[in-house]
Design a protein around this ligand. Structure first.
Ligand SMILES: C[S@@+](CC[C@H](N)C(=O)[O-])C[C@H]1O[C@@H](n2cnc3c(N)ncnc32)[C@H](O)[C@@H]1O
Length: 395
């Protein structure tokens, strides 16, 4: 492909990404993979160049742009070498005309800006993410594993975490192949650690997804030859839970039980567990505003109506989670979101709806106290953004 044809390909892909964001369709990565599957003539350098154009354009624009061309023209207005490729050549984009509007640059969509928690450093929301690893204590010891990654840094307060530079090819390393490490953002690791799971406990990961945090909980229950316990991973999406099985196998965490819930009928399916859990983790569905550095296109998907639906669903999940706890048990609520409605205010509203709960401070070397919980941000902590709170059932 010529350099101009790569720009045109990026424009076409951006059109597809914009439509998909508007209609709730597949993610940008999926669309890019499909695009190249149908265009075998594109070599690996073409694919890399097109992908870079696409993500540079996506990262640059906060609000969903009108068109792929507007997104690329906006980028070209800041890069003369890119503008020169709008040359009207056979497979390239038409020349930029005088006065042609490019999409404006921005980080946070205007409507979300006032909803973000005040301490959040807006400028850092799209920074580059390092590669964080979590050592799986079911199979390995962190000090030993660290020897395989001489470039790794330890992370204060997270003894199982190793931090590698952005783009490190972890999946080619032996510890990864042997199931001794998982790739997991340090913020996610902190949330599992905040559960304080210990051998012998009954733990329910109520919004387990593909089990990123379930595996960390398994490591805490069964690591160091521990006595394990009961660990239930529940979710409403079958395909996500199905992805957990092979990962659990690889990690040696075969004692995890999975439970598929029917949306709207969760309480019935969970009834036999009422009053039995030492820990329930609610890693709730959320706006993902804390993960924009990995999913910059998520900014184009969120709408006020979708945020309202998420906030209502989070409250509903908390309400059917609460009866699962044994007296003295802990409900850990987390979102990878930085809006107060999903974090601080959601927890406060739960405490106002339910008697018999006490807030427990989360002892952590990162994050900042915010309301009844802890706020983690890319700017302050170098992690994805999270809000997490720990509530103890007192009666
Ligand atoms: C933030 S994701 C979980 C990520 C996962 N815990 C991890 O660490 O990889 C939220 C999950 O909640 C699930 N979910 C949504 N509504 C739910 C409900 N009513 N009950 C249980 N899970 C639900 C979604 O399917 C999604 O997998």
């Amino acid at each position: 492909m010529t350099p101009s044809a790569r720009v045109q390909a990026a424009i076409e892909l951006l059109d597809a990404i914009i439509a998909s964001a508007r209609d709730g369709g597949p993610a940008a990565d999926t669309l890019i993979a499909r695009y190249f599957k149908e265009r075998r003539y594109a070599g690996s350098r073409d694919r890399r160049a097109v992908r870079d154009h696409v993500y540079d354009a996506v990262r640059r624009v906060a609000e969903r742009p009108e068109s792929g061309r507007a997104a690329m023209v906006g980028l070209a207005r800041e890069r003369a070498e890119l503008a020169a490729l709008f040359d009207g050549s056979a497979h390239g984009p038409a020349p930029i005309v005088d006065g042609e509007a490019g999409a404006p640059a921005g980080i946070v969509p205007g409507w979300i800006e006032p909803l973000l928690a005040a301490p959040v450093e807006r400028d850092a929301l799209l920074g580059r993410a390092p590669v964080d690893l979590r050592v799986n204590r079911l199979k390995a010891d962190p000090d030993r594993v660290a020897q395989h990654y001489p470039e790794a840094a330890r992370i204060a307060g997270l003894p199982d975490a190793l931090r590698l530079p952005e783009g490190s090819p972890v999946e080619q390393s032996d510890p990864w192949k042997w199931g001794q490490v998982e790739v997991q953002d340090a913020g996610s690791q902190l949330i599992s650690a905040a559960c304080n799971a210990a051998p012998g406990m009954t733990v329910i990961d109520l919004c387990a997804g593909a089990g990123g945090k379930t595996l960390a909980l398994a490591s805490a229950l069964g690591g160091n030859g521990g006595g394990k316990g009961v660990l239930i991973a529940a979710d409403t999406i079958r395909s996500r839970l199905a992805r957990l099985d092979p990962q659990a196998e690889r990690a040696g965490a075969t004692f995890i039980e999975t439970l598929l819930l029917d949306q709207g009928h969760e309480a019935g399916a969970l009834e036999s567990l009422n009053g039995r859990a030492d820990i329930v983790l609610v890693d709730a569905p959320c706006s993902g505003t804390g993960t924009w550095r990995r999913n910059p296109e998520a900014r184009w998907r969120l709408t006020p109506a979708r945020l309202d639906r998420l906030v209502a669903e989070q409250a509903r999940i908390l309400d059917f989670a609460a009866p699962l706890l044994a007296p003295g048990g802990a409900l850990v609520y987390a979102v990878c979101a930085l809006t107060d409605r999903e974090g601080r205010d959601q927890v406060r509203a739960f405490l106002e709806r339910h008697d018999g709960w006490a807030v427990e401070r989360i002892e952590a070397a990162m994050g900042r106290a915010h309301g009844d919980g802890l706020l983690l941000t890319p700017g302050h902590d170098g992690t994805d953004g999270f809000y997490v709170a720990r509530l103890r059932r007192t009666v």
